[in-house]
Design a protein. Structure first.
Lengths: 480, 480
């Protein structure tokens, strides 16, 4: 998933800004680098390296829930793929997180009209007692309505929250949908509810494929059973409730916390020849949710970044700075890989020239935003000019947050971009069984690689930096 | 499902014809009846009775596999609904058939790339041994390729046949797709295969919702495990096979024959005032496949026919002939309800004025075809004129087969229509979890009711018959 910072959506349109003084010497991308970036861009547009990578990951590894049976296989795949692509340095950095497992899940309406329901347990949900949990359903049309409810009216019941997400190019309804999914179970649990259901945070109104995703539970002792109904199942439950009779649902979720797990971020580098210790950080997350094969979320992101690095590696000589491609561990259950990376590299934030992660699918990038120091805005405009011919518009009025995991490094002070894909249908498939390779158009994916290769190379060759420093960009509205 | 007679598609464009002599007195619909039919049509176009019926069935009963836990509930619902709608006579006729049950199903690729597969067992499939069946997959691109294979090459293996269905308004690719599903398992079993898989007979290229449906197995001792992969899972299996390594799949299907079951066709009648023993027979089938709620297949058909009868019942006086609405038992596993009806009523075939069943979804009807005696073609043209304003074209060059179950009565000699809905997206949802109420547009359903009400009434009021007689229409190409 990609995080959509609510603060950004709600209010902040602050211009990109850093703590550095505006009197700094302007950062400039040398003309030779601009020309090479244009060539990289054009070559990448006709190259299928990115598609081959995501095809390989989703076919050979498939679904890869963090800590699950394919976690180690995915890391092995990533190490081997970086090596096969000719990366100079390949290594891993461990990431430890709570292990949450899904074993099986079933649900049914018990009364008044017995029938099964298609649902999926949410990350960090508790399991139900053996034999299932049967309770009456109490419905709310918003999270606010739940918050305002009398706790006595939900105690011992299954709270059901139904909000509808609509398709948007920037996917902004996910702020609302994921808000219900993350916050709803926690609120319901505190009010004494026995369980929690939501209408999936997804825009596919007609698919019986529920959308999973993480809840706000972090401690097993706080968790209650929580699951998402597919949109048609939520419609059905709404219709059954409309009869005005008490509706009882049985949840049978064999899921839950199971100790901790140590995985790893897998990192590949194209070593800079002039400033090997300075890095342009790009990446995606290697874990996926388990029902699909994690093609758009986030095999695509890993593939885009890996392929962009590979395009740069194939140049006659290495770039001035290092291109660091990070395949993050366990983004899905709370940015564990991103937080581990930021904790480990916080002291090196100033060495991070510029960074961003791809985690919003594989459709064409249409917008670039940036959080850089004022004296680097000219360099961003140079980048914008190179990627404008492939359909990317620079929006100078919004900050760049660095994407999901790298938002954590941006939070530490790393200058960051956000490169926004067309997310119109992203939430049709996101976190469902339908997140499979067929959702990726190789040509659209190639455009992503072109943009990542061009910007990464230009950042690596820049004469000057973008303002990364401890504590920079703290108030740009992109970090939360 | 609707049967698409291969003979019709392949060759026969014979004009509608019966055994009666062309010198018969022409059948004519009186002008008063034409006028009433026009009023019925216009009223029905703005009426939501049909939608309310299918909403009630799919909400209150839900999925209703023949012989399953909801079979009796569905029959109770139908009896109660006929009565609620004011039908004059409501009764049931028993139908006995082999009971086939689905309890659970799982599958995974075991080697070379372990991962789960989304699949659904097919009707009359055998179960696998406890603990599952693991075998190598051998792939065929057509049923012909399988037939031509050396049996030694498939013995003990899982035969996998992959053909792609495309969307068409008349749904004609289903002839090919269902041919693989029905015939493939039988051929594979005879060749000594351990199991059978197919790419779903469905046109939804991007949904992880496999399409079930019946196989050609009729005797438990001939059956092997047989299941359908969703289209994206078939794509995945194709990709894995393309690596050229042996591919092993584990099937774990807890399904199978379990004795026999006696259900019933549920029948409601609006009694004719002049010729109560002569019937216009319309209907749909009450059973559905189990993953969805059977909205388009075939709650819609039941609702269209029930609502059409109700519209006629609400006229100031009863029609001349009886309107008989039949909610058939177990169409899905081999027209059991239709065959039982035809066997029971064969001697009365001459009393069946005209008939047809709706079993191709709920989109607008765009074509009418007819199998009637030559001297009744003028009356069919009168019907055509009444339904043309709501978008139905009369194709005089093709026979009318009576729909799925009523094809059996047509086979006995009943004059029949076929009223063809727009099936462009029908095979996206058919026999899947996605066959739910949200796939029905109330306005389009109302058009169906308008057409059924208008034609049924006109047939009931006709001065003369349409040629029903034992053995009539045997060579019209519509029956198989």
């Amino acid at each position: 998933m990609r995080r959509l910072p609510l603060t950004l959506l709600a209010a902040s349109l602050a211009l990109a800004t850093g703590i550095a003084s505006a009197a700094d010497k302007a950062t400039v991308i040398p003309q030779a680098a601009v020309k090479t970036a244009e060539q990289l861009r054009d070559k990448a547009m006709d190259d299928n390296t990115g598609y081959k990578i995501v095809e390989s990951l989703t076919t050979e590894v498939g679904a890869r829930i963090a800590g699950g049976p394919n976690d180690q296989r995915a890391r092995d795949w990533a190490v081997a793929k970086f090596k096969e692509l000719g990366y100079d340095k390949v290594y891993t950095e461990t990431v430890t997180y709570p292990l949450w497992e899904r074993r099986s899940e079933h649900a049914e309406i018990v009364a008044p009209f017995p029938q099964s329901l298609s649902l999926i347990a949410l990350g960090y949900s508790a399991g139900t007692p053996k034999g299932g949990l049967t309770a009456e359903v109490v419905k709310f049309d918003s999270l606010d309505a739940l918050k305002k409810a009398d706790p006595a009216s939900v105690k011992g019941k299954i709270v059901y929250v139904t909000v509808h997400m609509e398709r948007h190019k920037d996917g902004h309804d996910y702020g609302m949908g994921s808000g219900v999914r993350v916050g709803g179970p926690v609120i319901a649990a505190k009010m004494g509810a026995a369980g929690f259901l939501l209408r999936s945070a997804g825009t596919d109104a007609h698919s019986r494929t529920p959308h999973t995703g993480v809840t706000g539970f972090r401690d097993p002792k706080d968790a209650i059973p929580a699951a998402a109904l597919s949109n048609p199942d939520a419609d059905q439950l709404d219709r059954v409730l409309a009869y005005g009779k008490p509706v009882k649902v049985k949840l049978d979720l064999d899921v839950g916390f199971n100790g901790s797990y140590t995985g790893a971020n897998v990192i590949g580098e194209i070593t800079g020849k002039k400033h090997p210790d300075q890095v342009v950080a790009i990446g995606g997350h290697l874990d996926s949710w388990d029902p699909g094969t994690g093609a758009i979320d986030d095999g695509a992101g890993v593939a885009i970044a890996m392929a962009a690095g590979k395009m740069i590696r194939d140049l006659p000589q290495r770039p001035d700075r290092t291109i660091r491609v990070i395949a993050f561990a366990n983004e899905e259950m709370g940015l564990w890989g991103g937080r581990a990376y930021a904790d480990k590299h916080a002291a090196d934030v100033g060495k991070h020239q510029l960074g961003t992660e791809s985690d919003f699918g594989a459709r064409k990038i249409w917008r670039m935003t940036a959080s850089v120091k004022p004296s680097a805005v000219g360099a961003i405009e140079q980048i914008a000019k190179v990627i404008e011919p492939v359909g990317v518009a620079y929006d100078a009025k919004r900050p760049g947050g660095g994407g999901s995991d790298l938002s954590q490094m941006h939070g530490k002070g790393m200058a960051a971009l956000t490169l926004t894909q067309d997310g119109t249908d992203y939430f049709d498939y996101h976190h469902t069984a339908n997140d499979t390779l067929d959702k990726i158009d190789p040509k659209e994916l190639a455009q992503n690689v072109a943009v990542y290769a061009a910007f990464s190379y230009m950042a690596a060759q820049a004469d000057g930096d973008f303002g990364s420093a401890p504590g920079a960009f703290a108030k740009d509205g992109a970090s939360d």
